[in-house]
Design a binder for this molecule. Structure first.
Ligand code: MBD
Ligand code: FE
Length: 282
């Protein structure tokens, strides 16, 4: 539905690959002992072998799978594929031991070191940024209710066409991204615009697989948020919008009922919602 020149899947996917490789500090890479590698990979391969037997997979299908795997790598889409189809299962493991605000997946489009903004702020945007004005305000607190001043509410989201800055070449760098620092009472108020749902690029290997399987390529509209405070366990999450399209069929399976906000028009055309974040001690 967009009239903007859209990035090719290869273009935005490759960006995600480069970003992942460059961000070794924010993406912690495990040094896993051999027994654990063997245990996990044995079960992963067993799942593959079982599927081959169950579905009587043929040689042409096996070759098609190899060609597709190569295309995912060449198109730089492994971060996209992994975060859409696998990350939610990893997040569920973390969630089992995490108190406070519910988490969700990070996704492929986080960028570190974005502009730092005061507690009441407007995210960087184009002069002609499309979309309904949206204000998200709230408070960051400890599990015991203590307000956390100086906490960082790192927020990034797609524009009203569903594109992310840093990944879609036509969107200016840093657009709709910022690190909002809470005031002494842990409060923040962020003005931005309503994001659109996100469509997995249909011209790349991930989109082609989705098409070949007859699935849909959509994520519901969402705000990505990572909240960090000294001495506390950071929380990575997303907020979704009540009544939004694809909310009940997110291709990335990353929605949770606790993460749905329902912004209301304040009478001036601005939609407002509050959301408080609760962090556990580190
Ligand atoms: C996104 O915007 C996203 O949040 C995830 C998890 C995967 C692909 C695109
Ligand atoms: Fe996203």
């Amino acid at each position: 539905t967009t009239t903007q020149e859209s990035p090719t899947a290869a273009g935005s996917g490759a960006n995600a690959s480069e970003n992942f490789k460059a961000s070794a500090s924010s993406q912690e890479i495990a040094d896993t002992p051999p027994e654990r590698v063997a245990a996990i990979v044995t079960d992963v391969l067993k799942g593959v072998h079982d599927a081959i037997a169950k579905h009587d997979v043929s040689y042409p299908e096996f070759q098609a799978a190899k060609a597709w795997l190569m295309a995912v790598g060449e198109g730089g889409e492994w971060p996209l594929f992994m975060d859409v189809f696998v990350e939610h299962a990893v997040e569920a493991q973390v969630a089992a031991s995490q108190q406070g605000t519910k988490g969700s997946i990070l996704g492929p489009y986080f960028l570190p070191d974005q502009v730092r903004l005061g507690s009441t702020c407007k995210l960087p945007r184009r002069d002609d940024e499309k979309g309904t004005p949206l204000v998200l305000s709230g408070q960051v607190r400890d599990l015991d209710g203590t307000p956390l001043g100086g906490a960082e509410v790192d927020i990034w989201h797609a524009d009203a066409d569903g594109y992310y800055s840093g990944f879609a070449p036509h969107v200016p760098e840093g657009n709709l991204r910022g690190v909002v620092v809470t005031d002494d009472e842990g409060r923040f108020a962020i003005e931005t615009v309503q994001p659109a749902p996100y469509q997995i690029p249909t011209d790349g290997p991930t989109g082609q697989l989705i098409g070949a399987a007859g699935w849909h390529p959509w994520r519901p509209a969402h705000l990505h948020i990572q909240v960090r405070a000294e001495g506390h366990r950071p929380i990575t999450t997303q907020l979704y919008f009540a009544g939004g399209e694809w909310l009940d069929s997110d291709v990335a399976e990353a929605t949770k009922p606790e993460l749905i906000i329902d912004p209301q028009d304040d009478g001036t055309g601005i939609r407002r919602s509050t959301y408080d974040f609760v962090l556990e001690s580190a």
